[in-house]
Write a new protein. Structure first.
Length: 96
């Protein structure tokens, strides 16, 4: 198999809203892909088989956070959005 791509991303925590000093989590995410590319299966026909993963290390972090501290009928309270969990997949492509 031939590596066809991988990437890592890092970001430091930042404010989600200017009204709040609360910051999001630092994040380190690893994605990857391995492929058997351009495998000749017939005259003029090539196939590529790929396996991929996003968030390979299954890291958990909060990418948006609010600590409103409000009450009343229009308050939604404190909340946070979490990243996507680890996912895997496969792809098959045929050129003819």
């Amino acid at each position: 198999m031939t590596p066809r791509g991988s990437d890592t991303n890092f970001s430091t925590g930042a404010q989600s809203f200017e009204q709040s000093a609360q910051k999001t989590d630092d994040a380190f995410v690893v994605n990857g892909r391995a492929s058997l590319a351009n495998w000749r299966v017939a005259d003029g026909q090539d196939i590529t088989l790929s396996l991929w993963s996003r968030n390979l290390l299954n890291a958990d972090y909060i990418y948006r956070r609010s600590t409103e501290g409000r009450s009343g009928s229009n308050a939604i309270g404190d909340y946070a959005h979490f990243n996507e969990p680890r996912t895997f997949g496969q792809e098959v492509s045929l050129k003819y």
